[in-house]
Design a binder for this molecule. Structure first.
Ligand SMILES: Nc1ncnc2c1ncn2[C@@H]1O[C@H](COP(=O)(O)OP(=O)(O)OP(=O)(O)O)[C@@H](O)[C@H]1O
Ligand SMILES: [Mg+2]
Length: 260
């Protein structure tokens, strides 16, 4: 009997390169041939010094910038061959984004901010989308703050709205660029726990850029970029083999029966 086909990776990079100012005197290559895969449902940190290329990589993975060379397959499809419409559709259906600065629109309520992606995609917000946005805000603990504007919410609450907005379209992968970089320790822990919970409950994959070693240590996998190259890729240091690193995950339903 044949072995079952391996699942299609969510992301597969082969010798991925990024150059800026190609052909000009100030041409610079910032990603020097990255090869890696990310499987559906992974929960990974992307770390590395300032300027190592983390945001550049995230922007490429998020289809916001094209690679300059090599291959990027998203759910098996080579991204380089896709036109703008296909890229926009993929971005909307497969990916969610969370940034360091939440990028919520100040004049709109939390609920309106969460329904914004649907509004931009379809030109209107349907009843089902409104319902899902309300459910999502309740899931991030903001049931009572839906009608508040970002300015009326704390930094942690604003970032929870941003997470609700990223997740409302049920993406396969959330790309988060320093999502807690702007928060104090307590809010940062809260936002991280929420991402863990969303990962556990919805099996959404996360790739989280962070400068916080404690946060990276609580992810299942740590990818380290140094000078545009993958320097290290594996479980966080000290993690027992095969075990999720995070205490929240170990306390969750999937942990039932695990020997610790
Ligand atoms: N549009 C651009 N044109 C030229 N160089 C760029 C451009 N964008 C980024 N770079 C360069 O690419 C390198 C990687 O930048 P990037 O923003 O990806 O780093 P990073 O790892 O996210 O850093 P940080 O931790 O400070 O956010 C840097 O040297 C940066 O100057
Ligand atoms: Mg960056």
């Amino acid at each position: 009997m044949n072995a079952p086909a391996p699942p299609t990776p969510l992301i597969a990079l082969q010798d991925l390169r990024k150059r800026y100012n190609a052909g000009r005197p100030n041409e610079v290559e910032v990603l020097h041939g990255l090869t890696m895969t990310l499987q559906p449902g992974e929960f990974a940190a992307l770390i590395g010094p300032s300027g190592s290329g983390k945001s550049t990589l995230l922007n490429i993975l998020g289809l916001l910038e094209p690679p300059s060379g090599g291959s990027y397959r998203l759910l098996g499809d080579e991204v380089a061959g896709l036109g703008d419409d296909a890229l926009t559709a993929l971005r909307g259906s497969v990916l969610g984004f969370v940034f360091q600065f939440h990028h919520l629109l100040p004049a709109f309520s939390a609920l309106e901010n969460v329904t914004l992606p649907a509004l931009m995609r379809h030109g209107r917000v349907g009843r089902a989308e409104l319902k899902r946005a309300r459910e999502m805000l309740a899931a991030v603990g903001l049931a009572k703050a839906m009608d508040k504007r970002p300015g009326e919410l704390s930094g942690g609450m604003q970032q929870r709205v941003a997470i609700a907005r990223a997740l409302v379209g049920q993406p396969r992968l959330v790309l988060a660029d320093e999502p807690t970089g702007n928060l104090d320790r307590a809010s940062s822990d809260e936002v991280f726990a929420l991402m863990r919970q969303m990962h556990r409950e919805r099996d959404t994959a996360f790739l989280i850029v962070t400068h916080d070693p404690a946060m990276a240590a609580r992810c299942d996998r740590v990818i380290e970029l140094v000078d545009g190259r993958i320097e290290r890729d594996g479980p966080p240091p000290g993690a027992p083999p095969g075990a999720p690193a995070d205490a929240d995950a170990q306390a969750g339903p999937q942990a039932t029966g695990r020997v610790r």
